[in-house]
Write a protein that binds this ligand. Structure first.
Ligand code: SF4
Ligand code: SF4
Length: 192
């Protein structure tokens, strides 16, 4: 399913122009298109290799700010189902306080150590996900708040990891597709 959304924005990138953003929100379609676009995305990664990292951030941020609120994460929940969530000590404390459990009990019941020595949730999908919604949203972990990281500096440095999740995350898929247009990698008529 596509959503067509015409918007204008006053930042440097979009000034004096009105863009039509085509959103793909059907996760099955996104997964299929991601397979079809593997070679295209490899070429796009090479294309972005020519960009200055700070300048690329300035291109990505307004696109992400525009698209993210248009995607309903509660209709998706893919990251909560399929990511290994890192849990810091302060995350564990906030969550255990929130669900009124002792921190040590929380750690032993819900966390395990990853190969890299970090604490991660034992269960995937995440124990706190029900009907695609986080039952402890207020206390969710830092990584849950940050994903898909498109608001952070150095999109270029995270590009490989971002494209790994392109097939799974409608926010990433649509931001990357829009970025292809904005950087001239594809023309605006090329949205499929
Ligand atoms: S804590 Fe909530 S937001 Fe984070 S992975 Fe679990 S269900 Fe998702
Ligand atoms: S995978 Fe992306 S779109 Fe889906 S719930 Fe997570 S952040 Fe939202």
């Amino acid at each position: 399913m596509h959503i067509f959304c015409v918007h204008s924005a006053s930042n440097r990138l979009f000034s004096a122009k009105i863009y039509t953003i085509y959103l793909e929100i059907d996760t099955a379609v996104i997964a299929r298109k991601a397979l079809e676009k593997e070679d295209e995305n490899d070429a796009f990664r090479d294309h972005l290799g020519n960009y200055n990292a700070d300048y690329l951030d300035e291109l990505v941020w307004p696109i992400a700010e525009t698209i993210t609120p248009l995607i309903d994460c509660t209709a998706c929940g893919a990251c909560c189902r399929s990511l290994m969530i890192n849990v810091t000590d302060s995350d564990a404390l906030r969550m255990s306080d929130g669900i009124q459990m002792k921190a040590e009990e929380f750690k032993s019941e819900f966390l395990e150590e990853s190969i890299g020595g970090q604490k991660i949730m034992k269960s995937m999908p995440c124990h706190f996900l029900q009907n695609n919604q986080c039952t402890q949203y207020e206390y969710r972990f830092t990584e849950c708040r940050e994903f898909p990281h498109l608001h952070r500096k150095n999109f270029k440095g995270r590009l490989f990891g971002t494209l790994v999740h392109y097939a799974m995350c409608p926010i990433i898929y649509n931001v990357v597709e829009e970025l292809k247009i904005v950087t001239g990698f594809k023309d605006n008529e090329a949205h499929e």
